[in-house]
Each structure stands twice: as C-alpha cells, then as structure tokens.
Write a protein that binds this ligand. Structure first.
Ligand SMILES: Nc1ncnc2c1ncn2[C@@H]1O[C@H](COP(=O)(O)OP(=O)(O)OP(=O)(O)O)[C@@H](O)[C@H]1O
Length: 480
C-alpha cells in the first residue's frame, strides 16, 4: 500500500487455501494488513469484530454466495469497499455484484497486476468516502468538484432531484453507468457529475463522441497505436482507454458504435486490457466507463444493431433524464441560469425574462431540450435591447421546434417542373437540413433525430450537400 501512516485493513474470503495465500502474500507485499476467512461464517465473525477498508470475496463459497456478504454490509450501511472474484465468463454474476453495491469485480484466473490495481483503487475510494463522511471538509477536492458539477445541473423538479440523488449514490462505485435521454437533456453534464463526485474526480475525464470518429480510426483512437502501425502513424499514440486511466471514460452516442467495434469494446471491458494497434503488449486499463445515448438501446438490441452482452455490461446502472417538456417546473430556473451564463459570456448585465415569455416558452415542444432553450435565449438576447429580451420564436405558431422559426420558401411553392431533378432534390434536401439545424441550434444530433436520420447519415448528407454547419456540437470537449 502507498500510504505509510495507517495501512489499509483488508479481509480476503476464499475457500481455496492456495488462492487465499496467494492473495494474502500479494497484498502483504503491498503493505496492507490482511485477515482471511474460508467461508461466510468465518467472514461474518471477523466482520463483527473489525471494520475493514476492503472486503475481497470469492463468489462461490462452501456455505453460500459472496454476494450475500456484500448485501449484508450494505444493509448495515458499512463502509467496506467490496471486490468480488467471479468465474471466467459469468458476466451475470459480475453485473449482479455491481448492482448490489460491489466496488468492482475480478475474473478468474486473476491477473495479479490487475488485482493489485483494483485493490489499490478500492482502498483509495474507501479513504475518499471516509473523508467525505467527516462533518467539515474545507476545500476537499472531490467534494467541491462534485458539488460544483451538481450545481451546474439546474432543476428542482422531482425528476431532476432523483437524478442528482442517484449521481451521488452511484458515483462511489466502479459500476458502469448508462445515461439515456433525448438530445440536449444534459446527459454529458450528468456523466461529468458522476465523475466529479467519484474518488476519481482528480483523475482524467475523457469524453468521446463515438459517432464522430470514422470507422477506420476507431480501434486506434480507443486502444492507441504504435509508431508505424498504419500509414501516417509517425509516433506512438495512447488511446482513450489509456488517457482515461485513473479517471472516467465517457462514451457519448454509444448506440452509434458499429458492431465490429462493439465486440472489441466488450473484450476490452471484460478483460480490462487493450492492445494498441501494432503492439505485442497489452495495457491494463483502469477507467470507469460511463456511456450515453439518445437511442432506445434495448430496442437497438432487439433490432440486432447493438450487442446484447455489451448492453448488459454498460447498463449495470441506468439513468434516464426526462425531457424538458415533462418537467416544466424547471423552465424558470433554467431560463435564469442560462441567461446568467449568456450574460457572463458577453460581459453584459443579466436581462430579465417576462412571465408571459416564460409561459410561451412553456408551450414549445423543444425537441432539442435544454440546448434548444439555450439557443432560443441566445437569439432573444441578441435581438433584445440589452435590458429586455426579444423572442422571434413566438412570431409563428409554436406547436413544435421547427415551427418556432420563421418559415422559409420551399422550391415546391413555385410548383415548377425542374429541368434537373437531382439538382432540384438536392436543393430541397439542403433547405430542409438547414432548417432542422437552425431549429436545433446547429445540433447535428438533435437535427438528425428530428428528421429520423442517424447522426452518421446526417453527417454524410451535410458533407455531400456542402452545408456550412460551423456551429458543430459533437466535439469531444469536457464541460467546464
Ligand atoms: N439541467 C441542466 N442545467 C443546466 N444546463 C443544462 C442542463 N441540461 C442541459 N444543459 C445544457 O444544455 C446543453 C446540452 O447539454 P448536454 O450536452 O449535456 O446534453 P446531451 O443530452 O448530452 O445532448 P446530446 O444527446 O445532443 O449529446 C449544454 O450547454 C448544457 O450545459
């Protein structure tokens, strides 16, 4: 163990004496204090007598399941971080363990390097939790970061309150989280808040938009590459997994990942190691995975577009953010916070919003959710006189996002028979795409969803029709 002051105290529960000794010796060498037990009964007596930092338990024990111990500890609100050792290929057990509150799991045969890393991570997490439960922690790192991240999530509706409570609850474990919700509902903000509230808060936050990476580059981007692995690779490059080591890897738009890459991702997550392109060595990975999608992933599994086993791996904890139209009580707070943000960016005073405008905004369907609202407010500030807002969104009927904007002329209005049909259809398509992009604040994901296209199809059309979508939203930036 790295801390020399009070070595962490660990309980190892395994019925195989050889394995127990192996784990014990490995951990003793790291400087931890170790107790061992061969079955549930012995483990229970030790747990009654001592509080441990970490419990490591085999899943199958002569008198029951290791999972039972975890459930008992959780029921007693004990702070031990639990690591479960499961048989190779029993993904359900691992998922079950994480759902029950285990910090992490290892698969047999246990790789000792990985074993040491996971236990070190569990010890760090336990230490962070122990600090977090002390009453006063001035400027405590993860605490402050976490609080800030939560504060950026505006909304006091029951739906948002539940989301915030869940963020705090799930942040401390290693269990993968899948965040779902319509475009612009704040999935990335939620994912970041999970990271900022975890013991990994000071580690890297790596946000990846899976749909923005060309298929041919996916493997190199995720797993890294060695110099010369492919044409044009002049230096060794680390992949997202290596970059996120000790932190969180956020996989946005996971539903857009092509099937072959899904298999490779599954293998990496299961085996916790990746092989950079052109390398003979594998790198051990230590990143928590949080993913997000605006798609119905279960339906994608049904349709054969998403691997079921990967779905189970990523979806150990699921969080669904309700669309803005289902939490209208959040609208006033959101408007005030977004206007304050806009004013801060421009250095201008915060403009006031009329109750009548709030009411009209409440009638909009806003398919692009908070992002669309943000965009409407931006426009209203720009069109206003500095003190008051001027909404152009209400100049036309406001039944949906598209009609909130002034209508544009369509070539069909003139009802001419085109002399070049392809050109004519391209013009028409270009106009429709531009309108959808404009209506969603140039959010290609939202515009694609509105038109029933995948983001890939949208990006292809934008490129083919040379549409200037300068305000692209699908870049890989962390919220700051
Ligand atoms: N509850 C909220 N409070 C404050 N701002 C929010 C909230 N929800 C979303 N936003 C803002 O809306 C914008 C979109 O949020 P975000 O990128 O997290 O959404 P998303 O669901 O990940 O979208 P997409 O599916 O298109 O990737 C951001 O500017 C974000 O700051």
């Amino acid at each position: 163990m790295t801390s020399a002051i009070t070595p962490a105290h660990i309980l190892v529960v395994d019925d195989e004496p050889d394995l127990r000794t192996l784990y014990e010796l490995t951990l003793l060498r790291e400087g931890y204090r170790i107790d061992t037990a061969g079955d549930l009964q012995q483990a229970r007596s030790l747990l009654m007598a001592h509080h441990y930092d970490v419990l490591i338990t085999d899943m199958r024990l002569p008198d029951g399941l290791g999972l039972t111990l975890i459930c008992e500890l959780k029921a007693e609100h004990r702070h031990e971080q639990c690591v479960v050792i499961t048989a190779y290929g029993s993904a359900e057990n691992a998922v079950e363990a994480l759902k029950s509150g285990a910090f992490d799991y290892l698969t047999k045969p246990v790789d000792l390097k990985q074993f040491r890393q996971v236990i070190a991570s569990a010890v760090r997490s336990q230490a962070a939790t122990a600090v977090a439960v002390k009453p006063v922690i001035p400027n405590a790192g993860p605490g402050i970061l976490g609080q800030r991240a939560l504060a950026r999530l505006i909304g006091q509706s029951p739906g948002m309150r539940q989301i915030k409570e869940r963020i705090v609850k799930v942040a401390t474990s290693m269990a993968p989280v899948l965040v779902t919700g319509e475009s612009g509902t704040g999935k990335e903000l939620v994912a970041y808040a999970i990271h900022a509230n975890s013991h990994r808060a000071k580690g890297p936050w790596v946000a990846v938009n899976c749909s923005a990476i060309p298929d041919a580059l996916l493997e190199a981007e995720f797993f890294g590459s060695k110099k010369g692995a492919y044409t044009g690779s002049h230096v060794d490059r680390e992949g997202f997994f290596q970059a996120a080591s000790g932190g969180t890897l956020f996989l946005d738009e996971i539903g857009d990942l092509p099937l072959p890459m899904q298999s490779k991702l599954l293998r990496a997550i299961q085996e916790r190691r990746v092989r950079p392109l052109g390398s003979t060595q594998e790198d051990i990975i230590d990143a928590r995975i949080v993913s997000a999608t605006h798609k119905d992933l279960a339906q994608e599994v049904q349709n054969g577009h998403f691997r079921q086993d990967l779905f189970y791996r990523l979806n150990v904890i699921d969080m669904t953010i309700p669309p803005l139209r289902e939490r209208p009580e959040d609208l006033p707070d959101l408007c005030h916070a977004l206007l304050a943000r806009i004013a801060e960016e421009s250095g201008a005073p915060v403009p006031a919003i009329q109750a009548s405008d709030l009411e009209k905004l409440g009638c909009l369907r806003l398919p692009g959710n908070v992002r669309e609202l943000e965009n409407l407010l931006h426009r209203a500030v720009a069109l206003g006189n500095g003190e008051s807002l001027q909404f152009d969104a209400f100049s036309t009927p406001v039944s949906d996002g598209l009609s909130a904007f002034p209508a544009q002329t369509s070539p069909m209005d003139h009802a001419v028979i085109p002399s070049d049909l392809q050109q004519h259809l391209d013009d028409l398509e270009r106009q429709i795409l531009r309108r959808a992009l404009q209506a969603t604040g140039f959010n290609r994901t939202a515009a694609a969803a509105q038109l029933g296209l995948s983001l890939r199809q949208m990006r292809y059309r934008i490129a083919r029709l040379h549409i200037d979508s300068a305000q692209q939203d699908d870049t890989d930036v962390a919220p700051v």
